[in-house]
Design a protein around this ligand. Structure first.
Ligand code: PEP
Ligand code: MN
Length: 565
């Protein structure tokens, strides 16, 4: 008779993170995934023989222990037979068409709510309602067609229940991961083999005597064992007594572990083996440490650094490559002033073979009385000009609440020098899927520029371009002073593309071409220059805008340097 596939119970509805973990764990063996409302029901079904094993979440990298699972392990004397760690990325899901200002309630599992605490603080008007499951919350919205409610859940839940992702990667830390354990109610003990590193989980308690925990840990030290985790849970029937859970590298059948456990048991009276199982070591995303071993990555180094990410970041927008050995020219007017001005300036930029079109719609002006930009109207005109000349577009965003709007029109989001340390804005563009062009503040150090980039990277957006645009010095003959050495310096420190803006750096048209050449020669990945079809009539930065002729000369010089394919 053919053996039917293993029945594996998990907590949650279809589309829950547990189900994703289950598919990952059983990608090579047949298993039937059986959903249950609660972890308790998983254990109960297992004890009654309705399922073979269960998969439960046990630790999360942001919120720590899933304490309920620890309690179930002890109360039911369960055995851990396998473990798996998966990355967890939460979305704010809504019924299709629902806008953020309609949301009055947010449903999710308490652990997911805790992982998005900072994000949820930004939505003070919504009532946060804990439910039994992330995917279950999504299902509820879909089933009841709720238009005033959002759910925090994963990609699979969005797909399964046809909900829209209003916001992605809303977890407070980008490397959010959860560890799940496969549990059995039978006392399974796997024979030690050489296939993979083993680890063992034990639970013990201590007598109420001074220094008892210290003595137990002393045994672990005496046998030179590597303890990777220690946590405690209250002993429910005896107040203020605790059970200690420890994870130790090695198999319980090995000589040293056997001796160590015997000694601890002798001192405490209670040591229960929860299981020996293979330590989870997956490829790629799933195990930063494993990847680090192969590529010598320092997983604790900043995300911007070459120690963390040795290969140059390459960004592709609509067929234009940024970084990784190309030289990219961004050109266009300082501000979008109207259809005619934008189309004519785009035409010049395209004819001279600029790759990306710029134009400011929200302008951060020094004086409140200067032209502030056309706002959304400007975004529309910029997009129209980009479409007409088949160029991706870039424009500045100056307020966190505008990020969504600007991202709906622009291919790249520019953060201006005056906003380089607007941390709320940096986090908001970090949650966005569009590349970010981050300009160095006029009074910021190179380190501060890199740390501002880190704010964006830490929110999950890997596509950041840095731009040196001149800093303030005692010199007033030029608008700013280009810190030319910052370019090779940044190249020594980061994998992110580095651009130069010779227009704002010098403020003088005749200097823009030689400075652009210097930028290319010293290793920049591209430049951003201001070009206007009629510089004298420009509403902002008229003094530094290049005319068609000047821009043509600049591009001819760059072409002579054989920068373009
Ligand atoms: C700009 O690019 O138009 C601009 C305002 O630049 P910066 O932020 O470098 O001053
Ligand atoms: Mn400008």
């Amino acid at each position: 008779m053919e053996k039917s596939s293993l029945k594996v119970g998990y907590q949650g509805e279809k589309g829950a993170y547990s189900e994703t973990a289950l598919h990952e764990l059983f990608k090579e063996t047949a298993a039937e995934a059986v959903p249950f409302r609660t972890s308790y029901e998983v254990v109960d079904a297992m004890k009654k023989g309705r399922i073979d094993v269960g998969l439960l979440p046990i630790d999360n990298s942001i919120v720590g222990n899933i304490t309920h699972t620890y309690d179930l392990l002890v109360e039911n004397r369960l055995t851990i037979t396998r473990e798996i760690i998966i990355p967890i990325h939460h979305n704010l899901l809504v019924f299709p068409g629902v806008q953020s200002d309609q949301i009055r309630k947010i449903y999710s599992h308490p652990a997911a709510i805790a992982q998005c605490e900072v994000f949820l603080r930004g939505l003070p008007l919504a009532e946060i309602i804990p439910t039994y499951d992330t995917a279950g919350s999504a299902k509820m919205i879909a089933d009841k067609k709720l238009t005033d409610t959002a759910a925090i859940a994963g990609d699979r839940a969005a797909e399964l229940y046809g909900l829209e992702k209003l916001k992605q990667q809303i977890e407070d830390y980008p490397h959010n991961q959860t560890r799940f354990v496969l549990i059995s109610s039978e006392n399974i003990s796997y024979k030690q083999d050489d296939l993979a590193p083993w680890k063992t989980t034990i639970v013990f308690n201590t007598l109420d005597q001074p220094g008892m925990l210290y003595k137990c840990l002393g045994v672990i030290e005496k046998y030179n064992l590597n303890m990777t985790m220690l946590t405690s849970r209250p002993h429910k029937t005896e107040p203020w007594k605790f059970n200690f859970f420890a994870e130790i590298d090695g198999h319980a059948e090995s000589e040293t572990l056997k001796k160590a456990f015997e000694e601890i048991r002798g001192m405490t009276g209670f040591l229960h083996l929860l299981g020996s199982y293979h330590r989870y070591e997956a490829q790629g995303l799933y195990s930063l440490e494993a990847a680090a071993g192969e590529k010598r990555i320092n997983v604790t180094a900043p995300l911007y650094s070459l120690e963390r990410h040795p290969d140059a970041t390459v960004i592709r927008v609509d067929g234009v490559q940024i970084g990784g050995g190309t030289f990219t020219v961004i050109a266009g007017p300082c501000s979008v002033e109207g259809r005619h001005q934008m189309i004519e300036s785009a035409k010049i930029s395209k004819e001279q073979q600029a790759h990306i079109l710029r134009g400011g719609a929200f302008k951060p002006r020094t004086s409140p009385y200067s032209f502030q930009g056309l706002g959304e109207e400007g975004l529309k005109l910029l997009k129209e000009a980009g479409r007409q000349y088949n160029m991706p577009v870039i424009t500045e965003v100056i307020a966190p609440e505008d990020v969504e709007l600007v991202a709906s029109y622009s291919d790249i989001l520019q953060i201006g020098a005056r906003n380089m340390q607007n941390f709320v804005l940096l986090q908001e563009v970090g949650r966005c899927k569009k590349p970010v062009f981050l300009k160095r503040g006029m009074m910021a150090t190179v380190k501060e520029l890199l740390l501002s980039a880190e704010y964006i990277l830490a929110k999950g957006n890997a596509d950041v371009i840095l731009c040196e645009r001149g800093i303030r010095t005692f010199e007033t003959a030029t608008r700013n002073t280009l810190d030319i050495s910052a370019i090779p310096l940044l190249k020594e420190k980061t994998h992110l593309p580095v651009f130069v803006d010779p227009s704002h750096a010098t403020g003088i048209p005749s200097l823009i071409e030689p400075v652009a050449k210097a930028a290319a020669a010293i290793g920049a990945d591209g430049i951003m220059v201001e070009v206007h079809f009629n510089p004298a009539a420009a509403l902002s930065d008229a003094d530094q805008a290049l005319s068609e002729k000047q821009f043509a000369s600049l591009m001819a010089s760059l072409k002579k340097m054989q920068l373009f394919m």
